[in-house]
Design a protein around this ligand. Sequence first.
Ligand code: FE
Length: 179
Amino acid sequence: MKHKNNFMLKILLSFILTVSCIKIATSGEKRMMNKNYTGNNPYYSRTDTTKLDLPDKEWKKILPDKLYRVARKKATEQPFTGEYRDQTGKGTYYCAACGNGLFRSDAWFASSCGWPSFFETMRPKSVIYETDTSHGMVRIEVLCGRCGAHLGHVFDDGPEPTGKRYCMNAISLDFEPDK
Ligand code: FE
């Protein structure tokens, strides 16, 4: 009888252990499973702020095509087609290519331009700026401060307190709600 009880106890313990492991694995996966994460991007991190300087062929290998075209080839997604044009609730917007924190939801505002818009970045170093003279215009391009991904442009017609409008390609952003 004692032998049988031990056996049952062992079965029960392995069952509990298996269920816990599955639960831990699933929660980890959920945390990393944003829309662009291919599972093949070893540079993606929401905590590491070390700058990334990767060759284009590496980005082509690890990013989904649509994100690669916008983030690395500076394509612009069609207006009124991307996510985050409606309020998403409290949370953080990360760079879809590298996981760098870019915007807090408090800086999101309703814009009629057709792309998600923010009036300030999460940290001053979240992004970097470059002058963009393409398409016969002079605009300020906004790039990820960690990986250099093209995010969009910034204009001076935003709301107070900054007066800025960070006009972003939704594909370049990943939103994570606050816990
Ligand atoms: Fe990035």
